[in-house]
Every structure is written in C-alpha cells, then in structure tokens.
Design a protein around this ligand. Structure first.
Ligand code: SF4
Length: 206
C-alpha cells in the first residue's frame, strides 16, 4: 500500500492558494442575464416554498434580467439580511433548486444560488445600503449571541427603531459564518464584510 504524504508544509504557497480559491466562482454579467432568462417566473413558484427564508425568488431573478440589481438585492436582503452568505453556503440543490420546475422539466434547475450571489455581490460592491433605522422607540434589547440568528435579529430590531445590544463570546461576530465555514466557500473575508454591512444601519451595540 502506498503511504499517503501528509507532511506539514509539503504544498507550495501557489498550490495552497489554488486549493483555497473560491470553490464556486461568481457568475459574470452576461452569464447571469442568460441564466436569469431561463426562469419561467412562475406565479405559484415552488422554489419560494422550498426556501427556508421564503425569498421571492422569481421577483429577484426578474430584476436581474432587467438590470435592476439594486431592486434584486432589496428583494433578497429585506427578507434575509444574510442573503449574501446564504447564496454561498445554502444547499440549494436540495432546497429551491430541487423544487425548480426546470429541474422537473429538463433536469437543469435555474441556478438560483448563483444568481442570488450575483445580485448581492454587485450590490455590496457599491457600498450603498437601503436600510434605515426606524423612529427610536426608547427600547434597549439584549441579543445573546452574535451569530447569523443574533445579527439578523439585531438588524431587524434596528429597523423597528429599537436599540440592540449584542453579547458575543468570540472575538469576531458572525459565529458559524466566521468560524465554521471552509475558507474556500467564503473567500475575501466575506463574513466580516457582511457584518460591516449589517452594522451600517446603526443602533446595534456590539
Ligand atoms: S421554480 Fe424555477 S422557473 Fe419557477 S420561478 Fe422558481 S426558479 Fe424560476
């Protein structure tokens, strides 16, 4: 039996970079438009029912097809503020894409996850935000845990005008997204960039 080489430091820096590169490279503009136009924009879309966060998938895809990327990102992030990370790590092949009628019809679902990433990445690149804090309610609410659920909760509280105070044991926020996902799925420090976007709304103490 041939021994497996597991010596530390056996790989070159170049090889390590190659191994940890983005496992699913993002769609380019032209490909995204073509892919968006594969969607039938179903009225009673089964993909929405299959999405754990019930994102209005045909609507955000329609907006990609018409070049309205901000509108598309609004549809996604209003429903799921962590839609950028979910686009990278969600098992779409057993959720929305498994339910897609194009999977049933020709065994090739619309690439919903890739399109979601396309819309949110392009929006993040602008540095804009469309979320605003609601009128202050004077309420100050503790959120225990600064992972995906805690941060999503804090962001929604801020939208309603409450002050949120997030208690997190780890040095960095984002929990599983920061500490539990393989680096090649979330390159370029995406977890931290998403946290920065969430905190942009203000009214969230960490
Ligand atoms: S089921 Fe597929 S084709 Fe229908 S709206 Fe959803 S993504 Fe589009």
């Amino acid at each position: 039996m041939t021994a497996i080489d597991i010596r530390a430091g056996r790989l070159s820096q170049e090889k390590i970079s190659e191994n940890f590169a983005d496992v699913h490279p993002p769609l380019k503009s032209g490909n995204a438009i073509v892919e968006a136009n594969r969607c039938y924009f179903c009225y009673d879309a089964p993909c929405i029912d299959a999405c754990p966060t019930a994102i209005d998938i045909p609507n955000f895809i329609r907006k990609i097809s018409t070049g309205n990327l901000k509108g598309s990102a609004t549809d996604i992030l209003s429903q799921n503020i962590m839609g950028g990370m979910c686009a990278r790590v969600c098992p779409t092949e057993i959720l929305c894409e498994a339910a897609c009628v194009r999977e049933t019809q020709d065994h090739q679902p619309v690439r919903i996850g890739d399109l979601q990433r396309y819309a949110t990445d392009r929006f993040f690149e602008t540095g804009e935000t469309f979320f605003e804090r609601g009128e202050p309610t004077g309420k100050r609410i503790a959120v225990v845990g600064g992972g995906p659920a805690g941060l999503s909760c804090a962001h929604r509280l801020a939208r309603f005008g409450h002050e949120a105070v997030v208690f997190e044991a780890h040095e960095k926020l984002s929990g599983l997204n920061e500490y539990g996902i393989a680096a090649y799925k979330t390159v370029n420090d995406f977890a931290q960039r998403e946290v920065d976007f969430i905190l942009q709304i203000g009214g969230i103490e960490t």
